[in-house]
Design a protein around this ligand. Structure first.
Ligand code: GAR
Length: 203
């Protein structure tokens, strides 16, 4: 049986695209993306999914009285799609504990910095402004905090003197497109053991 993955995205969806192509190439084995959810109607991630006939759902924050109500609706969609793993790929909302209690240790996120440095919505800009010489990306399990969950994989990239937020983010994105499929495949193959905060990989 293929593992059923749902992807939540707010933006261009280049990570979604990388995941889909990794599944096509067999680099993520025995898995399929069964649903793409977005909180932005114009998110290009939705268009990428539609082009592949993957079911999509747009949830408008204004339609819900609270973050919990919004997440209740999201969880319903994910349950209807029988999603087993939830992958946040450029999803710019904080997940509530209501969401996490349904999908314990089954929500992954990718972040464009070497966590715990530079969490939040401006990881690349914050790292550049701080003046770091090395940055990168992190795949982690999601917990109630902002980018604070157990770290699964990280990859580093050098920061150049000429870098702008855009150029650095572009190089980090290229890394993300390799790292996220790798992390998802580890999860799908059952190779991750969580020991407190430490993810041990039995590859
Ligand atoms: C990615 O770089 C991802 O790490 C970042 O948004 C981008 C989405 O790109 N996520 C965050 O900053 C989360 N705090 P994409 O839409 O092209 O996949």
């Amino acid at each position: 049986m293929k593992k059923r993955i749902a992807v939540l995205a707010s933006g261009s969806g280049s990570n979604l695209q990388a995941i889909l192509e990794a599944i096509d190439r067999g680099e993520i084995r025995d898995a399929e993306v069964v649903l793409v959810v977005s909180d932005r109607k114009e998110a290009y991630a939705l268009e990428r999914a539609r082009r592949r006939n993957i079911p999509t759902k747009y949830l408008r924050a204004k339609d819900y009285a609270s973050r919990e109500e919004f997440d209740r609706a999201a969880v319903l969609c994910l349950e209807e799609a029988q999603a087993e793993l939830v992958v946040l790929a450029g999803y710019m909302r904080l997940i509530t504990s209501l969401f996490l209690s349904t999908f314990q240790q089954r929500v992954l996120n990718i972040h464009p910095s070497l966590l715990p440095a530079f969490p939040g919505g401006h990881g690349v800009a914050d790292a550049l402004a701080y003046g770091v010489k090395v940055s990168g990306c992190t795949v982690h399990f999601v917990d109630e905090g902002m980018d604070t969950g157990p770290i699964l994989l990280q990859e580093a990239v050098s920061v150049n003197d000429e870098d702008t937020v855009e150029s650095l983010h572009e190089r980090i994105r290229q890394l993300e497109h390799q790292l996220y499929p790798k992390a998802i495949n580890l999860w799908v193959q059952g190779k991750i053991k969580l020991m407190g905060r430490r993810c041990v990989i039995n590859d």
